[in-house]
Write a protein that binds this ligand. Structure first.
Ligand SMILES: [Zn+2]
Length: 113
């Protein structure tokens, strides 16, 4: 299960940070994920609730920010949300467009106590 691995990785990073900075507990874990990361928000929430037990993040809330996949025109560089599902560039009418996104997954901030 993809999300369980991610949640375990989150806790590992959080505990690393705790060792380094010596905070008592984590209140919010802010995460940024790429549009192609394929994260299921609810599955990650659930997995996180399981793995955080007994750690400094036991009460923590996950704030997951998934960046939207974009459509980018290779001719003029125009970009738009992939939700618009265009088949050509609305600006220059080029058909040379591509989906753009990444599969990154990282903690961008921890709010600690
Ligand atoms: Zn264009």
């Amino acid at each position: 299960m993809h999300e369980l691995t991610m949640a375990q990785e989150l806790i590992r990073i959080v505990e690393d940070e705790q060792l380094r900075h010596g905070f008592e507990k984590v209140e919010v874990v802010k995460i940024k994920a790429g549009g192609f990361s394929g994260i299921d928000r609810h599955a990650l929430d659930f997995a996180f609730q399981v793995v955080r037990e007994g750690t400094c993040a036991a009460q923590a809330r996950l704030e997951l920010n998934i960046e939207p996949v974009k459509i980018v025109c290779r001719s003029c560089g125009f970009s738009m949300s992939a939700r618009d599902a265009a088949s050509s560039c609305p600006l220059c009418k080029s058909l040379d467009i591509a989906l753009e996104g990444d599969s990154s997954f990282e903690i961008v901030a921890l709010e600690v106590d």
